[in-house]
Design a protein around this ligand. Sequence first.
Ligand SMILES: Cc1ncc(COP(=O)(O)O)c(C=O)c1O
Length: 427
Amino acid sequence: MSQSSPSPQDADPLLPAVGLLALDRQYEALREPIRSALERVCDSGRFVLGPDVADLESELARALDVPHAITCASGSDSLLLALMALDVNAGDEVIVPSYTFFATASAVTRLGAVPIFADIDPATYLVDPTDVERKISRRTRAIIPVHLFGRTADMDALRPIAARAGVPIVEDCAQSILSTWHGRCTGGIGDVGCFSFYPTKNLGGCGDGGFLTTTRDDLAARLKLLRVHGMEPRYHHQVIGINSRLDSLQAAVLRVKLPHLDDWTEARRANAARYRDLFVRAGLAERIALPGDETRGRHVWNQYVIRVHGGHRDALRAHLTATRVGTEIYYPIPLHLQVCFRHLGWARGDLPETERAADETLALPIYPELTADEQRTVVGRIAEFFRSATLHRPPATVTVPSAGQPLPEPHVLARTTTAARAAESRR
Ligand SMILES: Cc1ncc(COP(=O)(O)O)c(C=O)c1O
């Protein structure tokens, strides 16, 4: 099987396309209220912070059942602000997963602190608490678990580790809005939660935006100060902050969308359950590892990420591109192997599960408006790939059968045992 990725121009235009995202569908459904909210803000002349931002913050706090929600300019800034509020400084260490978006670690380095990368649990792709504990040192000042793809990191294990070390937990909730853990929303479990309104997130704006949550009054006050240059009152600067305010236009759009978030989340959950059913019925659950649902709370499925065994991920992705199914790799290069972090001294092999996930995982469309028919198309295309892979792949060992011996089974891939596949994928 070819490992090269075809360009989208190679795709057959007659096949029905299923995009990884379809933001236009959500906009179509809310076009009128969004436009009138934007017009209202333009008429008011209040473009930064203002009443829409204050109202959005109250509505978010209510929706997530936390005492404080503080908006800012992006999810990346929310992580930076959280670490600033916790007094993370140059030379301090912060434990983060390497299997996450760049901003989780860059917030640390922007303060001159050092990200210490921890490996993941291969079943959930979430940070492995055992490795976190192993990496605690005298210099550790915070732990940032990421609730990746919308599933909550193992907070039952992480909280006692942080408490023993005497360090706060900053939850990276960029992908996990409305996810829960034993009935509590993520963002209200650690000391501070960091969220993104990037358009592809479960609650996405018409541009950049973010917010923070905390149950701690002291942190809330500090975050409000830090996002406006540490200024209180006007032109009196108490601390050195940054400019990270949410636009009123974004807040107005987000206020239209927030009341729908619960329904959209349930639609994502239904899509995830339908994928499982379709994959199992197509006999594909052996070929790919399906993501599991959360048993201790609510998984909100910002991404539906499968693991493709046997080194076939890139060929499967090429096949899906050629047959007009959108996919993405989150994330192809783990952070500890990024060029910009080379000076930190990490090498391939340091985080084996992270590196394996980067080589084997593939995100499929999961957005709320995705139809059952589109999901059947996605699963059908994947089944098609494995059927043709089965036909084109030669038997592992080619022996000429002597007279009277049964002929070798041609569909070797189809009969590969789980153990053999695991060994193959480890190579
Ligand atoms: C896990 C994670 N952390 C942080 C961020 C940063 O958010 P933003 O793009 O709003 O700056 C993102 C967004 O992509 C993310 O997925």
